[in-house]
Ligand binder design. Structure first.
Ligand SMILES: *Cc1c(COP(=O)(O)O)cnc(C)c1O
Length: 403
């Protein structure tokens, strides 16, 4: 135990600079969120539930306004009726794309759970509606990206900020600013669509501030602050959001309908807390990175820098070690700590997956969670943590088994 305590203390010292940067970002983003609440005159009456068609549901519209302001977007859909991040991304794509359109992903194939929505057979996928979806793997190959755009004239460019279950690093706002600028110079009418899952409040600016037209994140990730029980946001340019809200409900109905019989309080409160909670999780991720570096385990993002992704990958190259690590994280949860996760098939994933998520909201990954497809090179993806202290306690346990 002494060993692991020393290891963690040393790692904390080595993280001082990164932690300072985290605190700066939290303060900056907290100001942004607070100002959004004030500018939009949020009142207690906006937290009330609604029923039936939900006409004059004040909370729903106010929530959209607050998110739009804080995320520097013209408009936003924020809804508990969106069941997950995958659902939100799917609504966004179907809302904007029409038969014959081409989408060019510049960060390779999208997140696992979206593949059926894009390429699935017999499922009503985008492909079956005549939308083509092509991918370029390497964001740094800008010549290829720009020449492909020139030649093929895609309606939309798609970028996934976080790594998902791939081995690449997260995409920074600076990288986005760079490439989005060039794309818009080439063709200002292209829709830039960003999967911002795990990205919200990671930096001071959102992708919408550097040229993205639409951004999407799940409320059981960063923007829900660990408090929102479900839902997602889709934010961006008002004309595009109107098209997407026709797909959220029905053309002509848009956001005028849709009720929620629960209170809106956790959505507002979670968003208010989100900058701090994201900061806690980033600190945890930086700490884990330093520990891995010290004991010679492979990890990304690079432990030397402020993490460019909320998701930290630890490469085990060993099935048993990976499974055991994930199980220790589960054992350190506040909820379901007595359960032992085992590798199994999951809807939307192509190989067996193991998931530790002893969370207050099921599957919430802004809460401390750890998962991964159980296949070589046996990578555990660890993310979240509502408090820094909880992450510290959990990794004390998980790493004391490894060293
Ligand atoms: C979580 C996530 C999604 C959506 O996942 P859901 O589990 O459906 O909420 C999409 N893209 C990325 C990069 C993600 O991390």
């Amino acid at each position: 135990m002494k060993n692991i305590q020393n290891l963690i203390s040393e790692a904390e010292k080595a993280c001082e600079n990164i932690f300072e940067q985290v605190e700066d970002n939290v303060l900056f983003n907290q100001r942004k969120v607070l100002a959004a609440f004030q500018e939009n005159r949020v009142a207690l009456s906006h937290f009330a539930p609604s029923s039936g068609y939900g006409y004059e549901d004040l909370g729903k519209h106010k929530l959209g306004d607050v998110f739009a302001t804080a995320l520097c977007c013209e408009s936003a859909i924020v809804s508990p009726l969106i069941v997950s991040g995958t659902h939100a991304l799917t609504i966004g794509l179907f809302g904007l794309l029409r038969p014959g359109d081409l989408v060019l992903s510049i960060t390779g194939e999208p997140y696992e759970s979206l593949k059926k929505a894009i390429w699935g057979k017999g499922t009503g996928s985008l492909t079956e509606f005549g939308v083509r979806f092509e991918c370029i793997d390497d964001l740094s190959n800008r010549e290829l990206i720009l020449s492909t755009i020139k030649d093929k004239k895609p309606k939309m460019v798609y970028l996934q900020r976080s790594c998902g279950y791939s081995m690449r690093e997260g995409i920074t706002i600076a990288q986005m600013e760079n490439i989005f600028g060039e794309i818009k110079k080439l063709d200002p009418s292209i829709i830039i669509f960003v999967d911002n899952c795990y990205g919200t409040f990671l930096e001071r600016r959102e992708p919408s501030e550097v040229g993205a037209d639409i951004i999407v994140d799940s409320l059981i990730k960063n923007p829900g602050g660990g408090i929102a029980p479900t839902g997602a946001y889709i934010a961006g340019r008002v004309g595009l959001i109107n098209l997407i809200s026709s797909r959220l409900t029905a053309p002509g109905l848009r956001q005028e309908v849709g009720s929620y019989a629960g209170s809106y309080t956790p959505f507002f409160q979670g968003f208010f807390l989100a900058p701090r909670v994201v900061g806690n999780a980033v600190k945890g991720s930086a700490l884990i990175g330093k520990i891995c570096e010290t004991i010679g385990m492979q990890t990304t993002p690079n432990p030397a820098n402020y993490p460019n992704d909320m998701v930290r990958k630890i490469i085990f190259n060993d099935r048993e070690k990976m499974v055991s690590f994930v199980q220790s994280i589960q054992a350190c949860s506040a909820v379901d700590s007595y359960l032992t996760p085992i590798p199994d098939a999951m809807p939307g994933y192509s190989s067996e997956v193991i998931m530790a998520s002893g969370s207050f909201n099921q599957g919430s990954s802004i809460e401390l969670s750890c998962d991964g497809p159980v296949r070589p090179p046996y990578v555990a993806y660890i993310q979240g943590g509502l408090t820094y202290e909880h992450i510290r306690i959990a990794i004390e346990e998980a790493f004391s088994k490894i060293i």
